[in-house]
Design a protein around this ligand. Structure first.
Ligand SMILES: [Zn+2]
Length: 472
């Protein structure tokens, strides 16, 4: 058993502990515990310790909670915890602008900072993270636990095919691989010519696991075939695990990745402010992501009333670190849309699950003619029809006051051009069945721009149009 003293905060883990290879769990006791007992004996004490710690060490939370009139000692149950106000991405960004570079939530002296990371800032000013040395060790432990549960063992070699600069996912995967005792191949991504070299190395070294983004893995598979590689024979991936995009939880994308590589496709995810802790991860049974509630406490809340929802309901995700000493996020409003359930998973873990993954991020979701549209629903329709390629693009325009939704999708290179109109009709029908009125445009193979990172698939032209109107 792992020697973790649950009464100690922050927890210190035995770094030499590794379960026997045939153990399906990293920590059987915590993972299979009765959920109510886990809440009372593990989650609540850790949460209270985290709250007291944050109030003592973080100017950010002291100010925020004083203003809200709530103190850590008021939180005597998980029900009470709903009194703690949410933290938003924008609030963190604003605080860091006022208190550069790390904001007023660093909590530890500079000498205790082990690593600096940050967001890429594609949607605004980057957010900076100063991760404490102790937190780095706990991140490694949390990653090793979830990666063990994907089926990874010390004999595996993990090919990390994602950016290694600011992108936190790569670093979490690396820390977890090392803590688990497996072999890391931190290959990276994003350098010109690197995808070609990745294929050569994947054939030569034959790593057994792949980490990256779903769109990049599909891109690599496509490139492999074009270069005469057979990913099923030339590579040896048994486990492909992903974060950074919701695609690996989209059933038809999952199928496509598994068919391309012959390994299992595992969805995992988080949001920048919570990473590199993994909050949600599938197990090898792939029945939706488990929420490892004793590491990061997740809630699903009603988007309008902001009240916590029971299992079975759809809502927005809110997360709380339970063992972070620098920049802890407490009731962080991630705004991912999901459904959570508590019915049993064949693996025996008793954590709640997100059976459909995260099918819309609040910042991905767009509204067309008053309807909420999730790009992953469009992706699922396209990838569920044989004859489409892997790339597509969504363009939203506004004609006078009417929004138009245009879906541009590539047909596969083996499709007879005579069949293209039928494919188009089939996709239009599939989208209509989901309540989406769209204009489908068929594009020849390899004409839509490829991406090595977050697929930039949504082009919303309406803002630009509004801008023009205002200028007139
Ligand atoms: Zn499971």
């Amino acid at each position: 058993m792992t020697k973790t003293n649950l009464t100690e905060w922050p927890p210190r883990y035995d770094r030499s502990f590794i379960p026997p290879d045939d153990s399906p769990y990293w920590n059987r006791e915590l993972e299979t515990m009765d959920p109510v007992r886990r809440e009372e004996e593990v989650i609540l004490p850790k949460l209270q310790a985290q709250l007291h710690y944050a109030y003592r060490h973080s100017h950010f939370y002291r100010k925020k909670w004083d203003k809200a009139g709530v103190r850590p000692e008021d939180i005597r149950s998980l029900a009470d915890f709903e009194e703690i106000p949410f933290v938003t991405k924008e609030e963190i960004r604003q605080d860091q602008m006022e208190n550069p570079p790390f904001g007023s939530n660093r909590c530890v002296p500079a000498t205790e900072v082990g690593r600096v990371h940050g967001t890429s800032g594609t949607t605004g000013k980057p957010t900076a993270f100063a991760i404490s040395k102790g937190d780095v060790a706990r991140i490694a432990e949390a990653h090793a636990r979830v990666m063990w549960n994907f089926g990874l063992r010390p004999a595996d070699t993990v090919f990390i095919g994602s950016f290694f600069s600011l992108y936190l996912g790569s670093w979490g995967a690396l820390l977890g691989t090392e803590r688990l005792g497996a072999t890391a191949f931190p290959f990276g991504a994003g350098v010109p010519g690197q995808s070609d070299r990745a294929l050569e190395w994947m054939k030569e070294v034959k790593p057994t696991a792949f980490y990256g983004t779903p769109s990049y893995s599909l891109y690599l598979a496509e490139k492999a075939l074009a270069r005469g590689f057979d990913p099923l024979k030339d590579f040896n991936f048994k486990i492909l695990f992903f974060s950074g995009e919701p695609g690996a939880g989209v059933p038809s994308t999952k199928k496509r990745i598994e068919a391309a590589y012959g390994g299992i496709c595992i969805d995992s995810g988080s949001t920048a402010e919570m990473t590199p802790w993994m909050t949600n991860c599938e197990c090898s049974h792939r029945q939706g992501m488990h929420m490892y509630q004793d590491i990061v406490y997740g809630e699903l809340v009603d988007v309008d009333t902001k009240k916590r929802l029971p299992c079975g309901k759809e809502g927005a995700t809110v997360y709380t670190h339970l063992e972070r000493t620098s920049q802890p996020m407490i009731r962080f409003w991630a705004g991912d849309i999901s459904v959570w359930v508590d019915d049993p998973c064949p693996c025996g873990r008793t954590y709640p699950r997100l059976p459909n993954g995260v099918y819309g991020r609040a910042d991905d979701m767009f509204v067309v003619r008053g309807e909420n549209v999730y790009p992953s629903a469009i992706e699922d329709s396209i990838r569920g029809i044989k004859g489409f390629g892997d790339e597509f693009r969504i363009i939203i325009t506004r004609e006078r006051t009417m929004d138009e939704l245009v879906v541009q999708a590539e047909y596969a290179s083996d499709v007879d051009p005579a069949d293209v109109p039928n494919l188009k009709a089939e996709l239009e029908k599939a989208l209509k069945a989901r309540g989406l009125r769209t204009v489908v445009q068929m594009e020849p193979p390899n004409t839509i721009e490829r991406t090595q990172f977050k697929a930039r698939r949504i082009i919303d032209k309406r803002d630009l149009y509004d801008h023009i109107i205002r200028e007139k």
